[in-house]
Design a protein around this ligand. Structure first.
Ligand code: NAD
Length: 289
């Protein structure tokens, strides 16, 4: 079959659920050989079995260097090479006011969200440099780009992924390896259902809650929205894109006139007067001079 990533070998962490699972399914449908990695072994194994040929599951806790190294090595031993490493596994982690966050929760959150990405980049580069090709993708978040959209440590880790992506892209370009990140907005996944309505299984309730939180009318963010961004970045269509963080958030961080104070609804967009200095309206007239 001819797909957008036909014959490419793609390893995805956090592939048993949410964005990682959707990306594994889409990449596979587009012709990739996919290695799914996660700590939810039963779910991950099940997804790999559903995909069948060209898919495999491997256990990997992304905080462990040897287990991340094993994902990369398994890609090479099972499928012959590694074309795309997608560092995607994540949690929300520590939450609460800054003066109350326990140090061990900070350390754990940073290990799952940031150390994991460092390890994924490090070991992917180990095999991609000799290939002189490859794509490294990582999942950041709008919470890493703007304040107030996530918890503190989550935002810090996700912001650091943006910086790490740029720096590693600056190095690996010399080996024709592209390094990019994706910053999703609010996407309907078990992780976000847990955050928004308190249960990873309450997807229907979460869907309702999301309707009012997306600026793009009639639309909520779905895992496939991120999978399509990952597919594009992994494919040769994005062959000249490196060091970037692609924001996929339905316009959330762009801002929305829907989000102004009550009564201000649409005020600026529907204002017809040409407003100029000192609040005067219309074009200057002779009387102004
Ligand atoms: N859902 C959103 O709205 C959203 C927004 C921005 C960023 N993200 C990021 O997207 C990524 C995927 O999240 P999701 O929403 O699909 O959540 P999810 O809970 O559906 O999936 C996350 C997966 O990561 C796995 N995982 C957790 N800890 C792990 C570890 N130590 N080692 C290996 N795997 C581990 C989980 O088992 C799970 O399968 C995360 O990095 C998250 O921060 C999600």
């Amino acid at each position: 079959m001819i797909g957008r990533v036909s014959g490419k070998v793609v390893a995805i962490t956090g592939a048993a659920s949410g964005l990682g699972e959707a990306t594994a399914r889409l990449m596979h449908a587009e012709g990739a050989l996919v290695l799914l990695a996660d700590i939810q072994d039963e779910r991950g194994q099940q997804v790999a079995e559903e995909l069948g040929e060209r898919a495999r599951y491997v256990h990997c806790d992304v905080t462990s260097e040897s287990e991340v190294a094993d994902v990369v090595d398994t890609s090479v031993s099972a499928f012959g090479r590694l074309d795309c490493m997608f560092n995607n596994a994540g949690i929300i982690g520590a939450h609460g006011p800054i003066d109350e966050i326990p140090l061990d929760e900070y350390e754990f959150t940073m290990a799952v969200l940031l150390r994991s990405v460092f390890l994924g980049m490090k070991h992917a580069a180990r095999v991609m440099k000799p290939q002189r090709s490859g794509v490294i993708l990582s999942t950041s978040s709008v919470g890493g780009l703007q304040g107030g959209l996530g918890t503190h440590i989550y935002g810090a880790a996700k912001g650091a992924i943006v910086a790490l992506t740029k720096n590693v892209a600056a190095e690996l370009g010399a080996w024709s390896i592209r390094v990019n990140a994706i910053a999703p907005g609010k996407i309907l996944t078990p992780m976000n259902a847990a955050a928004v309505v308190g249960s990873a299984d309450a997807m229907d309730q979460a869907r309702e809650a999301f309707q009012t939180r997306t600026p793009l009318r009639g639309r909520i963010g779905m895992p496939d929205d991120i999978a399509h961004a990952a597919l594009w970045l992994a494919s040769d269509d994005a062959g000249f894109v490196s060091g970037q963080t692609v924001v996929v958030d339905g316009g959330l961080t762009t801002g929305s006139q829907e989000n102004v104070a009550p009564g201000e609804h649409g005020r600026w967009a529907s204002r017809r007067d040409l407003l100029r200095e000192a609040g005067r309206s219309g074009l200057p007239t002779e009387a102004d001079v």
